[in-house]
Design a protein around this ligand. Structure first.
Ligand code: B12
Length: 210
């Protein structure tokens, strides 16, 4: 029988076909999407990161693992974004300049959509100017960075919002594996969350909805 363990192994092995088929089988069998996500996909990506750091995996392995995870997430997306609440607000999300990682940002987007937020996905490698433009149509701006080298781009976005005179009109929330509450405080961000579900709670809190 397939379970989250099938997905865990498929992502580590970069086996796109098994990730896709296994996810569909788990969904059909009624396994909770959260369990597939947390025990299966996210845990597997942590292990991939560990192997990369230890020199056991290289860029191509990391890339196929990301592909397998994305194939599975594409099937989980409808379950995670299903909305049974009215529209709560609009959040613009993007991976900051220089950063091509988007799996975590996409997950945050899905969870926010599931909680009733409209999400404007600005994509990856997003310039401060683009975030400033998005500020006119959103109550919250979410910045994602997965590299220590792109974390400073977050500060540049906050600086650009200030320069454009719109910093007070939007809340800024930051996240990504290397980002911490201390870093968020240093930047002058309004919020930080270590994962997608707490990101939803943080956005609700910032907008006075909780
Ligand atoms: C997959 C992956 C890739 C894929 C990305 C594919 C994609 N489309 O995203 C590819 C192969 C392209 C890649 C490339 C690189 N990568 Co890479 N990658 C990873 C890996 C293994 C997993 C990241 C991931 O998807 N995790 C799963 C998601 C669900 O978790 P997450 O991103 O952390 O997101 C969660 C939270 O952080 C939070 N969150 C995320 N964003 C936001 C935003 C907001 C607003 C909030 C509130 C919360 C939030 O919620 C999310 C969900 O719970 C990590 C290892 C790791 N442990 O992080 C390395 C890692 C991030 N990569 C690393 C490196 C070095 C690189 C490269 C430089 C490698 C190279 N030599 O070229 C390039 C850089 C490319 C670039 N310019 O961005 C290093 C970074 C080291 C560092 N200290 O900076 C890591 C840590 C690997 C390692 N252990 O060394 N990578």
């Amino acid at each position: 029988m397939v379970s989250w363990e099938t997905l865990y192994t498929a992502v580590i092995d970069g086996d796109v076909a098994t990730a896709r088929a296994g996810t569909q089988e788990c969904i059909d069998a009624g396994t909770a999407a959260e369990s597939l996500l947390n025990e299966g996909l996210i845990a597997a990506m942590k292990e991939v990161g560990r192997r990369f750091e230890e020199g056991e995996y290289f860029l191509p392995e990391m890339l196929v693992s990301a592909k397998a995870m994305k194939a599975s997430l594409a099937l989980l997306r409808p379950l995670l974004t299903e909305r049974n609440v009215p529209l709560m607000g609009r959040v613009a999300l993007g991976s900051v300049r220089g950063d091509l990682h988007d799996i975590g940002k996409n997950l945050v987007a899905m969870m926010l959509q599931g909680a009733g937020f409209e999400v404007i996905d600005l994509g990856i490698d997003v310039t401060p100017e683009k975030f400033v433009q998005a500020a006119s149509g959103a109550q919250v701006i979410g910045l994602s960075a997965l590299l220590t080298t792109t974390m400073p781009s977050m500060g540049q976005v906050i600086g650009a919002l200030r320069e454009a005179g719109v910093r007070d009109r939007v809340k800024v929330i930051v996240g990504g594996a290397p980002v911490t509450q201390a870093f968020a405080d240093e930047l002058g961000a309004d919020g930080f969350s270590p994962d997608a579900s707490s990101a939803v709670r943080k956005v609700q809190e910032l907008l006075g909805l909780s």
